[in-house]
Design a protein around this ligand. Structure first.
Ligand code: PEP
Ligand code: MN
Length: 342
């Protein structure tokens, strides 16, 4: 059970509650996140009338916790979290498609690709500058030089940016350039990074680790919320299973499961899940049908030239056609695909 205080609760209010609980023989764990104090109650609560505590000054509510996480859970917050970035809201009725290249490669590549996705009304441009490559011999990305190019391009098209942060030491420079900080699947369990993102002051897109259960993923998100950042967007990107025809196995059931358990928005990355552009399109359609709040899709102005993940990158024409199909599916379930008017 957890007692949540209002933001304007005084220290005296909190002490009064703590004293009452201690007198009742209960152990407590006090924490503060997002300027709000919480007290987790440990021990046997049978026979204790919680209304005596609920009515004390400064107490906002008392919540039962049946899950190992707290702040990401629906019991903690009933209404859906909405994350707004440069005028685009993720987690509302509109489904938000973020699109762009796997990796930033050159000015020509980012300009042409950003224009192609902007032509489809995309408001958030994706692109990696620091790449988590499986092999040390693969292209590692353009680093800050690439991010600056992406920022200039996005600004000229009035777009926001999502990009992956690999190294906690890059954080300060990174947040200056990026609107949404992506945590890659390989870093979902990087606890120092998750803790630092609690203080980043920017929304975080948290990919599901390829070996992570839904509960482990939600606990990773809990780290970010607990350390002070409520703006977390989850992103399902496929998990490791025995099937070898796809790069990973897209766990579409995680969408309704997460929606039931958590108030955080959930997106799907059909590109890294499948690794093959012929599969990306049906998986994107299925994700919208299953209730995803957004999609993260790799598009390249010329995938044959891509230095990374060319096989899963959509051609601009294919992307345009997919957007139309997604609109029809969204309509059928009472939602819309967010598109900026050109
Ligand atoms: C990416 O989106 O660029 C990426 C590397 O994805 P993941 O971390 O899911 O593999
Ligand atoms: Mn990629």
């Amino acid at each position: 059970m957890v007692i949540v205080f209002t933001k304007d609760a005084t220290e005296q209010d909190i002490i009064q509650v703590i004293q009452k609980l201690t007198r009742l023989g209960l152990d407590i764990h006090r924490s503060t996140a997002d300027e709000r104090t919480m007290i987790r109650i440990l021990g046997d609560k049978r026979g204790i009338d919680m209304r005596d505590i609920e009515t004390l000054p400064g107490v906002m509510g008392i919540h039962k916790i049946t899950d190992p996480y707290l702040m990401v859970g629906r019991e903690y917050q009933k209404q859906d979290t909405r994350v707004t970035v440069r005028g685009t809201t993720i987690g509302g009725k509109d489904i938000v498609v973020m699109a762009g290249p796997c990796t930033l490669e050159s000015k020509e590549q980012i300009t042409a690709t950003a224009q192609a996705v902007a032509d489809q009304g995309i408001a958030i441009l994706r692109g990696g500058a620091f790449k988590p490559r499986t092999s040390p011999y693969s292209f590692q990305g353009l680093g800050f030089e690439g991010l600056k190019l992406m920022r200039e391009t996005a600004d000229s098209l009035d777009m926001a940016i999502v990009s992956e942060l690999l190294d906690i030491r890059d954080m300060d420079r990174f947040v200056e350039l990026v609107d949404i900080i992506q945590v890659g699947a390989r870093n979902m369990h990087n606890f120092p990074l998750l803790k630092a993102l609690g203080q980043a002051g920017k929304p975080v897109l948290l990919k599901r680790g390829m070996w992570a259960t839904i509960e482990e993923w939600l606990l990773a998100a809990e780290y970010i919320l607990y350390h002070g950042n409520m703006e977390v967007i989850l992103c399902e990107r496929g998990i490791r299973a025995f099937e070898s025809q796809t790069r990973f196995t897209l766990d579409l059931a995680s969408i309704p499961i997460v929606k039931r358990r958590s108030h955080l928005p959930i997106m799907v990355d059909p590109s890294h899940a499948s690794g093959n552009r012929q599969l990306v399109v049906p998986m994107a359609r299925a994700a919208v049908a299953a209730g995803a709040d957004g999609l993260l899709i790799e598009v390249h102005y010329d995938p044959r030239k891509a230095r990374c993940d060319g096989a899963q990158s959509l051609y601009p024409g294919q992307f345009a056609q997919t957007m139309e199909q997604l609109e029809q599916i969204a309509r059928a379930i009472g939602r819309t695909i967010q598109r900026k008017q050109g």
